[in-house]
Design a protein around this ligand. Structure first.
Ligand SMILES: [Zn+2]
Length: 314
């Protein structure tokens, strides 16, 4: 057992319960929720709370919010939403892909100090602490800027023992490069979770990651490119191969975002693709896994054992 930071204070890992390890309550450019409130719908907070209450009623106990500062993280929003809904929410520190021009030349140790303070003292002048570290690399592989963040989160890990989630680009097997840097920095592989691995059903690569000891975020549901059924099949194959307790199913849903005039995907299309919100996996994917032969006991462990192992470091 270990203690972790939720946005409402410390919690035992034994109390994580059914946990989704990669979701977003609110996303926008850094600071936008406070600075440009007119870009969000006025009822944005109630909308998010309603989604969380539905999740809670459907058995979800805890959500890891994967929103870094450059994705518009607002920890007071998260804390109020957690309080109003009864869902435990963990905030993250680290950085996503929007590396600012004024960070050019920044050192890993400078950022490690920031990330450590967000875990040990608090975020944005509050005493709300981060519960997880995050770094991101995408199609172009680990860029020099990504490498600075990776080394920074590794050093913050050594000071805090808070685990690491990595946004990664599965088709390019980019986690191999990310892990090489974290290994150089001495981070144990069982404190790392690779996110978005199902954007390609490449079981050889996924098995390699699992064999390193990493956790995998079975996320992006319903997702694009690879069908939900194919994603479920990959999950089942990995369960059958003995990796169930390293899997962390999640959706990567952005519940509230800036209301742009000309969206790429309309709200109606989003709702049609996923009418269940945070319960999509339980309502659509679990029955498929069951049809494929998964037992109730296996399904009962699926969003529990993996997340707990990730946070406890087992
Ligand atoms: Zn995400």
């Amino acid at each position: 057992m270990a203690k972790i930071n939720t946005v409402l204070g410390p919690m035992e890992t034994a109390d994580l319960g059914t946990t989704l390890t990669h979701e977003h309550l609110l996303v926008g450019p850094a600071g936008s929720y406070r600075d440009f409130p007119e870009l969000f719908v006025p009822q944005v907070f109630d909308m998010v709370v309603e989604g969380l209450k539905a999740a809670k009623a459907g058995g979800i106990d805890t959500i890891v919010d994967a929103t870094t500062a450059d994705l518009g993280r607002d920890v007071e929003f998260l804390a109020e939403a957690s309080q109003a809904s009864g869902v435990n929410v963990l905030a993250c520190t680290g950085w996503w892909l929007d590396f600012p021009r004024f960070f050019e030349g920044i050192s890993p140790d400078q950022l490690a100090d920031v990330f450590t303070r967000e875990i040990e003292v608090g975020i944005s002048g509050t005493d709300i602490k981060a519960g997880v570290l995050k770094s991101a690399s995408d199609m172009e592989g680990v860029t020099p800027n990504d490498a600075v963040v990776l080394r920074a989160i590794a050093r913050a890990y050594h000071r805090t023992k808070v685990p690491i989630m990595l946004h990664s680009y599965a088709p390019g097997q980019v986690a191999r490069q990310q892990l090489a840097i974290l290994e150089e920095e001495g981070v144990p592989m069982n404190r790392i979770k690779i996110d978005h691995p199902l954007s390609r059903s490449d079981e050889e690569y996924l098995t390699w990651l699992l064999d390193q000891g990493c956790f995998l975020s079975m996320d992006s549901f319903p997702g694009m490119g690879v069908s939900p059924h194919a994603r479920a099949q990959t999950m089942k194959n990995l369960m059958d191969a003995g990796y169930a307790d390293q899997l962390c199913p999640s959706h990567d849903i952005v519940q509230a975002r800036i209301k742009v005039a000309d969206p790429m995907i309309s709200d109606e299309e989003r709702l049609k693709a996923n009418p269940h919100g945070y319960l999509y996996i339980h309502q659509e994917i679990f029955p498929r896994l069951k049809e494929m032969g998964a037992t109730d006991e296996e399904l009962g462990r699926l969003c529990v054992a993996g997340p707990r192992g990730f946070f406890e470091g087992v």
